[in-house]
Design a protein around this ligand. Structure first.
Ligand SMILES: [Zn+2]
Length: 256
């Protein structure tokens, strides 16, 4: 098990780590952010023996916290009260309202309605979960989205989102221990986010995300200590497994 170092709280940030939040139910492993986020939220991890359909049903079950819905698991999710909304992710900085027509290529979702479950897929990129008590959001953040401002775009796009009240959890992604990039990419980020070891550049993408959130007045951040590439038994990793790698499912639902 390799953890990259947790950071000291800086300024107004409340930074924890989520290494103790890993759980397993019926053989499906996931990290549960619900207590911190105060809404159903988490990431379904590497579960090779389960179909994608069973993992979606698991997510619906996690988001069905009304008792009357518990015995309805296994239905066709499109026809039930809860609707899963996904994106065609393409490393853009585009944010869309999940209640409206979904653009083909986007990497961030938000919704204020309680009957929609937001889902994004990652394998080394970072899922970022947001909740201000009115609106929930979910972002797919890699280096391209970071550099083109996907995090700031979220706060511009979501009218009335209250960063000072919001809670944000950063899910597992590739750590600076493993995120080797070309010099051309490394030099696009400020030097505080890059390390040089044994002739190669490595990026601290999570550090960049934390700072972007802080610039947008986010006070409460749950930071993740796992590296997806170091822990390939637990996580899918593009860097470890190549382009045909499966992806993990992050979800958040306003509920209520
Ligand atoms: Zn690593």
């Amino acid at each position: 098990m390799v953890l990259f170092p947790s950071i000291e709280p800086r300024g107004r940030l409340e930074v924890n780590n989520s290494k103790n939040l890993k759980k397993s139910i019926n053989g499906i492993s996931y990290i549960d952010f619900s207590d911190f986020m105060e809404v159903p939220a988490g990431i379904v991890l590497k579960n090779e023996n389960h179909s994608i359909e069973s993992l979606f049903n698991f997510i619906l079950k996690k988001c069905c916290f009304e008792k009357s819905l518990e015995d309805r698991i296994g239905f066709n999710r499109k026809n039930d009260r809860l609707k899963i909304v996904e994106l065609n992710q393409n490393h853009t900085n585009i944010i869309v309202n999940a209640c409206e027509k979904i653009k083909n290529n986007a990497d961030g979702l938000y919704v204020s309605s309680s009957d929609i479950v937001l889902v994004i897929k990652t394998a080394d990129c970072f899922p970022v979960f947001l909740n201000d008590g009115i609106t929930v959001g979910l972002l797919h953040v890699g280096w391209r989205g970071c550099l083109t401002g996907i995090i700031s775009n979220f706060f511009k796009e979501v009218y009335g989102f209250k960063p000072q009240k919001a809670k944000v959890a950063i899910g597992p992604g590739i750590g600076s221990c493993c995120f080797k990039v070309s010099p051309e990419v490394a030099l696009l980020l400020d030097k505080k986010y890059r390390r040089f070891k044994k002739g190669n550049f490595y990026l601290d993408l999570q550090g960049f995300i934390v700072d972007e959130l802080a610039k947008n007045q986010i006070k409460y951040i749950l930071r993740n200590n796992y590296c997806t590439a170091c822990n390939d038994k637990m996580f899918y990793s593009y860097r470890q497994e190549g382009k045909d790698v499966k992806q993990m499912l992050s979800y958040i639902c306003k509920g209520g």
